[in-house]
Design a protein around this ligand. Structure first.
Ligand SMILES: Cc1cc2nc3c(=O)[nH]c(=O)nc-3n(C[C@H](O)[C@H](O)[C@H](O)COP(=O)(O)OP(=O)(O)OC[C@H]3O[C@@H](n4cnc5c(N)ncnc54)[C@H](O)[C@@H]3O)c2cc1C
Length: 376
């Protein structure tokens, strides 16, 4: 571990200190004195692994992007490695989220950068057996090891993922010896860090911006390309015309993100991406419920079976493929839900609903091999 007395914090690594200079368009919704009406090519709900990656990808493709984040914008200038502020500011329910029976704590981030701001940086590719399972049992297509390889490679480069070079600490060294003795396979983890000081406080926000979270990588990348970021803005409604998604409505939250100010933010967009995390009763899932897009029970772990089938008839699941805009053959209206165990942007789970019938230039809707499969 690094001797903390030798480290200088707040020493200019925070990219948000230069936000004005770089022309970044960032709004704190708690400060709005009137409601906002916006239009964009793409509106993204959530700024974690899924949302951040999507924002940079779409911005790079030349589309106008609005990012809505329920949590606050907190950056390394404020990260002081103290649990009291970090848990309150950076986690859903101040780390109080748990399973229904109270048996397990469920940690999820809630600030700009989502869980990637507080995660522990272990970064590995989705194991082949998992991809195979999803393909065989969950109807996931186009995500074989070979098909995913270039996307993994791209994000590994973007997030500086590499094998952790330092010697294991005594407890990990003991695990290593034990694994060897038992004949188990073991490996050193890969991490998405750049200039890590090995402070051991990843879960409280990296105070020196070594962690290559969305906060310091893809979101700045999107902001540099004129994306708009609105934080303390909780999406509560998906706007629809019939089954066609037209954007979202958010409520502005107070500075402590516990209450609402009464102002709203409406974003009309041709593409709507819900990337609020797979385990998310309090955020986008509840918003969906209000919009009747989800069944009234919990949508825990992004379990597709729980989602409203009338919409999911036309859904496919992708695994963090950077979204090529030109690629969608179906049309302008779709919903994507970022999700499950993404490793700092590598394994975001994306659920895409395409509503093709309304997209005239593509002609009448054709049966889709995944979307239109008969349900059991
Ligand atoms: C403490 C911790 C350690 C972890 N360590 C690792 C690790 O070492 N390796 C690894 O691979 N994974 C790790 N993870 C998991 C990984 O970070 C997540 O799987 C990944 O970030 C999920 O990406 P996501 O985009 O789906 O959601 P998130 O990154 O959670 O982002 C979702 C964002 O959406 C916002 N949001 C939700 N609802 C709304 C709404 N209605 N309106 C507006 N905004 C909304 C949330 O506030 C949040 O900021 C860790 C997670 C945590 C919490």
């Amino acid at each position: 571990m690094t001797d903390l007395s030798t480290v200088t914090f707040g020493s200019g690594t925070d990219p948000y200190n230069k936000a004005a200079e770089r022309g970044w368009d960032i709004t704190d919704a708690s400060e709005l004195t009137s409601s906002l009406e916006l239009e964009a090519d793409v509106v993204i709900v959530g700024t974690g692994a899924g949302g951040g990656t999507a924002a940079e990808t779409f911005s790079k493709a030349g589309l106008s992007v609005v990012l809505l984040e329920a949590g606050p914008l907190k950056t390394s200038s404020e990260f002081d490695m103290q649990e009291r502020a970090a848990y309150r500011d950076l986690y859903q329910e101040g780390t109080g989220r748990g399973t229904k029976d109270g048996g397990m704590v469920i940690l999820q981030g809630r600030s700009v950068g989502g869980s990637t701001t507080v995660n522990w940086t272990t970064s590995f590719r989705t194991p082949p057996e998992t991809l195979k399972f999803w393909a065989e049992h969950k109807g996931v297509s186009g995500c074989s090891v070979e098909e995913m390889a270039p996307y993994f490679k791209h994000m590994e480069g973007r997030l500086n993922i590499h094998k952790w070079p330092q010697a294991p600490n005594p407890n990990n060294a003991m695990l290593q010896r034990a694994a060897e003795k038992l004949g188990y396979r073991w490996a050193t983890i890969h991490r998405n860090v750049r200039g890590c000081l090995n402070l051991g406080y990843c879960g409280l926000g990296c105070p020196v911006d070594a962690k290559q979270s969305m906060l310091v990588t893809t979101i700045p990348g999107a902001l540099d390309r004129e994306a708009k970021l609105i934080h303390r803005a909780r999406v509560v409604r998906v706007l629809r015309e019939g089954d066609v998604v037209k954007g979202v409505e958010a409520e502005a939250l107070t500075a402590n993100v516990r209450g609402t100010t009464g102002q709203t933010i409406t974003v009309r967009a041709t593409r709507t991406i819900l990337a609020g995390g797979a385990i998310n009763r309090s955020g986008s899932v509840r918003a969906h419920r209000k919009a009747n897009l989800l069944a009234p029970d919990d949508a825990g772990h992004g379990d597709l079976r729980r989602v409203d089938r009338s919409l999911l008839r036309r859904a496919a699941v992708d695994l963090l493929r950077p979204f090529s805009v030109a690629e969608c053959p179906h049309g302008a209206s779709r919903i994507q839900v970022g999700g499950a165990a993404a490793s700092a942007g590598l394994r975001g789970r994306v659920l895409r609903c395409c509503r093709r019938a309304n997209h005239r230039e593509h002609g009448p809707a054709q049966p889709h091999p995944v979307h239109d499969r008969p349900h059991a």
